[in-house]
Design a protein around this ligand. Structure first.
Ligand SMILES: CC(C)(COP(=O)(O)OP(=O)(O)OC[C@H]1O[C@@H](n2cnc3c(N)ncnc32)[C@H](O)[C@@H]1OP(=O)(O)O)[C@@H](O)C(=O)NCCC(=O)NCCS
Length: 180
């Protein structure tokens, strides 16, 4: 089973010049400032709408959700079943995140980026592509909810190709890696 390397990857925001460190999610501890930042980011309208509204319904994303996500990230690295990363800003707090959602040779990816860091999504997902390629994954897949144009634009920038629609209406995307 492919496993990505755990060394931090430096990300450079293409417009602002800010630098971020992409690190395995299990290295992030649930300190109060971390939980506070995660709750703030995940309640931003765009993130909440596309990622958390279906799960949270009428209630906001809360500290327990953030703790659960950190535990999910740690369990994935421990068991080798999924691999999540977080992009930390200069203060060491989360700004964006991405993951390989399984250890299949062509796993689905996930990603989000805080509004204050917009533009970081593409370099972050490109770094994820490079990590996956080096680890030996043969391709990556993505599923996008209907209407999520920003997500589709990111995938195009990262050279994913549209691969039709799923029966549930999500659009499917694929990027081969290496010789795959
Ligand atoms: C999808 C998502 C990750 C894209 O992140 P991103 O950082 O905006 O992606 P990109 O790297 O492609 O950035 C391009 C955008 O940033 C803008 N941008 C780049 N640098 C910028 C800067 N310094 N200041 C302001 N805007 C900037 C670009 O103009 C472009 O804006 P547009 O989307 O309005 O055209 C983000 O919108 C998000 O987290 N959405 C909610 C979660 C989600 O949908 N996840 C995917 C589920 S399938």
């Amino acid at each position: 089973m492919p496993v990505p390397v755990r060394s931090p990857v430096l990300l450079h925001h293409p417009r602002t010049g800010r630098t971020y460190r992409l690190v395995p999610l299990d290295t992030l501890t649930p300190a109060p400032a971390v939980l506070e930042r995660l709750v703030a980011l995940c309640n931003e309208p765009e993130l909440f709408r596309w990622l958390f509204a279906a799960r949270c319904g009428d209630r906001p994303y809360g500290p327990d959700d953030a703790r659960g996500w950190l535990e999910w990230g740690a369990a994935g690295w421990r068991g080798g079943g999924h691999f999540a990363f977080v992009a930390l800003d200069e203060s060491g707090l989360p700004a964006a995140a991405c993951d390989l959602q399984s250890a299949a040779v062509e796993p689905e990816i996930g990603y989000w980026c805080g509004a204050g860091h917009r533009g970081l999504g593409t370099p972050m997902v490109e770094a994820l592509v490079a990590l996956a390629s080096t680890a030996g994954f043969t391709g990556l897949r993505a599923r996008v909810r209907p209407g999520n144009g920003r997500s589709e634009a990111l995938l195009r920038r990262c050279r994913f190709a549209a691969a039709g629609d799923a029966p549930d209406g999500f659009s499917l995307w694929h990027r081969p890696l290496g010789g795959g």
